[in-house]
Design a protein around this ligand. Structure first.
Ligand code: ATP
Ligand code: MG
Length: 250
């Protein structure tokens, strides 16, 4: 950490997150454009009050149930996710259990290797992503490649902070797509089967807790929970929540 943030600073959490991304950039994990993407996320986090709202809490529960029901669940990890929540990624993958795959929009083999190393340093045994020989149909070369045993074969894929284009391409492959995106209006949010409108820094840890709890549920109970999910309706509820907060500002 290159700079000490006093813990009584009113924006402590937010500044710590920024610092982790700045360090991630220096360490070659985060792409420059990842910082810009984070800025858009921060703006929406401000609008929801920088906390996990009820709709997101429910989405995290349903997403965890989907991951438990999956035959071949995969968690896709990009630069921002590796810099912000490496520990939570590994814990979630172990608790489900699910495969971890490093998958980058701006792919270089060097950056893939760095992300694999970070996840292994946090306890991951196997990390996919280095041997990406398959293609997600409809995407141009580098951003569309993935591993045969990983995202390509997955039935349920968790793609935190995904790009809209890739989200649509994964859906076209017939996968159940779960995303974490603070922007309820993004193409990713609107295309995914389950959209968690929450900061990835809060959402991933909460999902570990849900998975631990849902392990004791029967398959039928998990299926019933998933069947009730109405993603469009929940996104509408988030927009209503934000609108009400804005209207109530004095
Ligand atoms: P889309 O491609 O889905 O239409 P976009 O082009 O606006 O969306 P991208 O740059 O592709 O956005 O992806 C970044 C997305 O990740 C943004 O929608 C932003 O809200 C979200 N985001 C950034 N940081 C976080 C974070 N820490 N937690 C949750 N979401 C985040
Ligand atoms: Mg995009």
């Amino acid at each position: 950490m290159s700079f000490d943030i006093p813990c009584n600073h009113p924006r402590y959490e937010s500044l710590m997150i920024r610092q982790r991304l700045a360090d991630g950039l220096k360490d070659g994990l985060v792409h420059e454009t990842g910082l810009i993407a984070h800025g858009r996320g921060e703006a929406f986090d401000y609008l929801i009050g920088e906390r996990t709202i009820d709709v997101a809490f429910a989405a995290e529960k349903v997403a965890s149930a989907w991951l438990l029901l999956a035959k071949h669940p995969v968690i896709s990890v990009n630069g921002n996710v590796a810099a912000l929540v490496p520990d939570e990624c590994v814990r979630l993958a172990k608790t489900i259990p699910a495969a971890l795959e490093v998958n980058l929009f701006h792919r270089t083999e060097e950056r893939i290797q760095r992300l694999v190393n970070v996840l292994q340093d946090h306890g991951a045994e196997t990390v996919l992503g280095e041997h990406a020989l398959e293609k997600i149909p409809g995407l141009d070369h580098a951003r569309g490649i993935c591993e045969r045993q990983g995202i390509y074969a997955a039935d349920v894929v968790l793609v935190p902070l995904e790009d809209g284009d890739r989200c649509q391409a994964l859906k076209k492959m017939g996968k159940c797509v779960i995303t974490i995106d603070l922007n309820p209006l993004s193409r990713t949010a609107r295309t995914a089967d389950i959209t968690i409108v929450d900061n990835v820094c809060r959402a991933m840890g909460q999902m570990v807790k849900w998975v631990e709890e849902l392990h004791s549920w029967k398959k039928k109970e998990l299926e019933d929970l998933c069947r009730q999910w109405d993603n469009k309706g929940q996104l509408h509820a988030v927009v209503e929540f934000i609108s009400k907060r804005l209207k109530d500002i004095k």
